[in-house]
Design a protein around this ligand. Structure first.
Ligand code: SF4
Ligand code: SF4
Length: 136
């Protein structure tokens, strides 16, 4: 069933169910310089050591390492760095790639039970825009 409701809020189309599936090996979690500083401080280490011990490089960008089972290195039944988790994790699922191709929303929803798929594309894009603006 397709909803025809204008003025929906981001919270109307996504509610995290805390299943942790997005932390379980679906590709890299990039960390920004700000993320690196915040996480390193939280772990009482320095940015260089943090990158060496907890990341791998994807091209020139550091990405959080994964455990053997594919889970994020910081996943242990919950996110162990929740107060300082990377921007990418905080923004999920309101990310730029949905604006580039709204079909990414449906793909992401395939493993994220908190995302609604019965919402028209233009409303999804509007909600993503709103959240991205809020988090700039
Ligand atoms: S997959 Fe979705 S619902 Fe599950 S923890 Fe991640 S964001 Fe929340
Ligand atoms: S940093 Fe936390 S929220 Fe982000 S992928 Fe790792 S465990 Fe999940």
């Amino acid at each position: 069933m397709i909803l025809i409701v204008n003025d929906m809020k981001p919270s109307d189309i996504f509610k995290c169910e805390k299943c942790g599936d997005c932390c379980k090996g679906y590709g890299g979690t990039y960390v920004t310089e700000k993320d690196i500083e915040a996480i390193a401080a939280y772990l009482k280490t320095d940015p260089k050591s943090f990158i060496k011990d907890y990341c791998y490089m994807s091209g020139r960008r550091p990405v959080l390492a994964q455990q053997k089972d594919g889970c994020c290195i910081f996943w242990d039944k919950l996110c162990t760095i929740h107060p300082v988790k990377p921007k990418m994790c905080k923004q999920w699922p309101f990310i730029k790639s949905v604006l580039i191709d709204v079909n990414n929303w449906q793909i992401m929803a395939g493993f994220c039970p908190g995302m609604r798929i019965d919402v028209p594309d233009d409303i999804i894009k509007e909600c993503v825009r709103k959240e991205l603006l809020k988090n700039q």
